[in-house]
Design a protein. Structure first.
Length: 108
């Protein structure tokens, strides 16, 4: 499915699907926060490490299915397939943008 996403969010999903991880710094603000699996990761280094570990652990791909944007909050429903029980699953990715970059992301 072809879903129109803000540039930083589209780049985040591209990196999640194997694109060059150097793009992460252009996606996220310096003090960005990611919450996933009851853990919080803040800053570029922590977010890069989180994503690298998630890819190693789950060998997943993610496909955005639907997007709803209200002001700076963007909610993306995505199908996540990988090496984990119940795969594939649909998860909500709730982003908050600042200046076009991701300031906050919660996956659940």
């Amino acid at each position: 499915m072809n879903v129109q996403l803000p540039d930083s969010i589209a780049a985040f999903f591209a990196v999640s699907n194997g694109a060059n991880a150097s793009a992460l710094e252009r996606c996220f603000t310096e003090s960005a926060v990611v919450r996933d699996e009851n853990h919080t990761h803040q800053g570029h280094d922590a977010i890069r490490a989180w994503l690298r570990e998630a890819k190693r652990k789950y060998a997943y791909t993610v496909e955005p299915l639907d997007v709803v944007q209200q002001d700076a909050t963007v909610k993306v429903r995505a199908k996540v397939s990988g090496n984990f029980p119940g795969s594939p699953v649909e998860l909500d990715h709730v982003f908050r943008l600042t200046g076009g970059r991701i300031e906050f992301l919660e996956i659940g």
